[in-house]
Design a protein around this ligand. Structure first.
Ligand code: HEM
Length: 443
């Protein structure tokens, strides 16, 4: 008779749990933590576990990463958009694709990407006026969309911004709905939401096709799509990837690579507005650059930008849940975990655990200063995941966050339109509910 870790009492053989979770995922996950380091609930035929310590995160995501794979449901839903892209693929095929794509995210590329990040930020802020009301979630989304389109595809979205923005938000809403619904309808059913999703995917496919044709015609390699189309797996079979595979990787990076960064940036501004003293200190540091647009090297002169980015990702991790599935029977924390069990990690919960962070709900960027950061336990701060499947775009995103924060702070200071606390909205990314409405003042 197998034994299970502690967990909440449920009704109807646990079939009430999905509804409870859906109505308040973060609150439910926080309650699950109170049951112990490893907690458990049975939902009908599914065993659902939650890991609540850095050591268990390390075990699941690093030491036993081959046993704990992506979940069937995650793969089934996301593959309708991303095909066999990097977020979904597994085993030897994933490793090969990661080897081919990795050079596009190496440090020698970041200085060039940094220039694009500043150019696109300047385009957005050039239209802002003194005393203008803005929603910073929307503005940051336009900024990161412009950045990723240029770096991945060499496309200045300009007039297409609205069309692309609508397509990505439609995809995000449809995927979120599918992740939350218990029953999954087949993709071919002509339901309005399926039709809407397919149309939105077609908009992105059209952009990717144009970018591929352009890079093949012009033979230039300064976009990520051109690099991955031309690259070969030198450590493996010496071959490159097919056009279809390049499409899957491109759409994966496009979707993974902008809305989480946009949500994180919107939260950064919210937290700065709520913490005037930190905001003022940050502006003083930014002013040491004397208004010069920052580059990769300048980031060392404004260390608070990185500290603010990391502390915001602690309090509001865009990837608020990261699920896994046991591909074989295994053991965790002294319990036998049956094959097929779901294992969940909630960065939002662990990163606010008082066992690992003092005053866990307070915004204290200096936790991430050079002197203090080493005191944070390994695997207690995991906004970019952990182990071999950790985010390929981590350095890209952290650089983008710092550059955008500094560039915008050189030109504008914000005040919240309403000083009320903004609630979290756990969609595909953890968004601020209702955006971040501010009034901008020219500095
Ligand atoms: C603040 C911004 C970002 C956050 C919080 C974030 C978070 C994450 C997390 C948690 C994972 C691991 C998922 C898992 O283990 O199942 C991941 C994977 C991934 N991310 Fe990010 N990400 C961000 C930005 C980016 C950017 C800018 C790109 C690309 C331009 C990107 C591309 C990817 C890809 C391709 C993977 C899959 C990697 C693999 O499995 O080999 N992400 N991200």
């Amino acid at each position: 008779m197998p034994t299970f870790p502690p967990g909440p009492k449920t009704k109807l053989l646990g079939l009430d749990f999905p509804e409870k979770f859906k109505s308040d995922p973060l609150g439910t996950a926080a309650q699950m933590r109170d049951f112990g380091d490893l907690s458990h609930v049975r939902m009908g035929p599914v065993e659902w576990y939650q890991i609540n310590t850095p050591d268990l995160i390390k075990e699941v995501f690093v030491s036993k990463s081959k046993i704990f794979g992506k979940t069937d449901r995650f793969k089934q839903i996301l593959s309708t958009v991303d095909g066999q892209g990097l977020v979904l693929s597994e085993g030897e095929f994933w490793l090969r694709q990661r080897r081919i794509i990795q050079p596009s995210f190496n440090h020698d590329k970041l200085a060039d990407y940094g220039r694009v990040m500043i150019e696109k930020t300047d385009e957005i802020i050039s239209s802002w006026k003194n005393d203008q009301k803005l929603d910073l979630l929307e503005e940051m989304t336009h900024t990161t969309l412009g950045v990723i389109s240029k770096i991945l595809f060499g496309i200045d979205i300009g007039d297409e911004a609205k069309k692309l923005g609508d397509a990505v938000s439609t995809i995000s809403v449809c995927l979120y709905r599918e992740f939350s619904d218990i029953f999954l309808f087949p993709e071919w059913l002509p339901l309005p939401s399926k039709i809407e999703k397919h149309k939105a995917v077609a908009v992105l496919d059209d952009m990717i096709e144009r970018a591929m044709i352009k890079s093949e015609k012009e033979g230039e390699h300064n976009t990520i799509i051109a690099s991955i189309l031309a690259a070969v797996d030198t450590e493996g079979d010496g071959k490159g990837m097919t056009r279809e595979q390049a499409r899957d990787e491109a759409i994966t990076m496009f979707n993974a690579g902008h809305d989480s960064t946009a949500a994180a940036l919107a939260w950064c501004w919210y937290l700065l507005c709520k913490n005037e003293a930190v905001y003022t200190e940050f502006l003083e540091q930014v002013d040491l650059l004397e208004g010069k647009p920052p580059n990769f090297i300048d980031l060392a002169k404004v260390p608070m930008a990185m500290e603010i980015a990391k502390e915001t990702l602690r309090l509001y991790p865009p990837a608020w849940t990261v699920p896994r599935q046991a591909n074989e029977e295994t053991e965790l924390d002294g319990y036998t975990i049956p094959k097929g069990s779901l294992i969940n990690k909630f960065p939002y919960v662990i990163q606010r655990d008082p066992r690992y962070f003092d005053r866990p709900d307070d915004f204290i960027p200096s936790r991430f200063s050079r002197e203090n950061e080493s005191k944070i336990p390994h695997f207690a701060w995991v906004p970019f995941g952990a182990g071999p499947r950790a985010c390929i775009g981590k350095d890209f995103a952290l650089m983008e966050m710092q550059l955008v924060l500094i560039r915008v702070a050189q030109k504008f200071r914000f005040k919240l339109q309403d000083n009320k606390d903004i609630e979290v909205n756990p969609l595909i990314s953890l968004e601020p509910k209702g955006g971040v409405p501010v009034v901008a003042s020219v500095r």
